[in-house]
Design a protein around this ligand. Structure first.
Ligand code: S3P
Length: 180
């Protein structure tokens, strides 16, 4: 597979909150012996604040700017599996970086499945400021409908509703091997 031969490529996992990007990304990176990078974790480390704190004290527009800066910095290196933030697809500028530096993979799921995964996640308050609203399920539906066409710009789309994280990782690895 080209990714294992010092190619300039990375694997970018994209999808809404709850799509399993981080969990699946870690499994893929272990299996392919590639480095793993989570964009939100990288932002928190570099700015010394949680994502929620950044939203709270500086607002979403500022977060989007540092998200783009972080993406550009991460993408300079090759051979990584990168779990992107769910909103990375919203800027054209980010797509240029994604397409130039790797393969994009959309972990697609229905809103019901996304919601059930999110409800089980104890990190919600810390990580998901966009869902700290009166009707978080309604917000998820809104985000999904706003972003579906953007997520579907990915090179590879995996339907994950009926798969567990190990199966999703296997599917991703198989799909990547087919295009190289
Ligand atoms: C966001 C998703 C989050 C995080 C931020 C904004 C979004 O990342 O970047 O809360 O706009 O969908 P995850 O998708 O990793 O939860």
């Amino acid at each position: 597979m080209v990714i294992q031969n010092n190619s300039p490529k990375n694997i970018f996992l994209i999808g809404l909150m709850g799509s399993g990007k981080t969990r699946v990304g870690r499994i893929i990176s272990n299996n392919l012996k590639l480095k793993f990078c989570d964009m939100d974790e990288e932002i928190e480390k570099n700015y010394g604040m949680t994502i929620a704190e950044i939203f709270q004290s500086h607002g979403e527009a500022y977060f989007r700017d540092i998200e783009t800066e972080t993406l550009k910095k991460i993408a300079e290196k090759a051979g990584q599996v990168i779990s992107t933030g769910g909103g990375v697809v919203m800027k054209n500028e980010n797509w240029v970086v994604l397409n130039k530096n790797g393969i994009t993979i959309y972990l697609r799921a229905s809103v019901d499945v996304l919601w059930s995964r999110i409800e089980q996640d104890s990190n919600n308050e810390k990580l998901r400021p966009l869902l700290q609203v009166e009707d978080p399920l309604g917000k998820m539906k809104e985000l999904l409908s706003e972003r579906t066409t953007l997520y579907e710009k990915a090179l590879i789309i995996i339907d994950t509703d009926k798969l567990d994280p190990n199966n999703i990782a296997e599917r991703v690895i198989k799909e990547i091997s087919l295009i190289h």
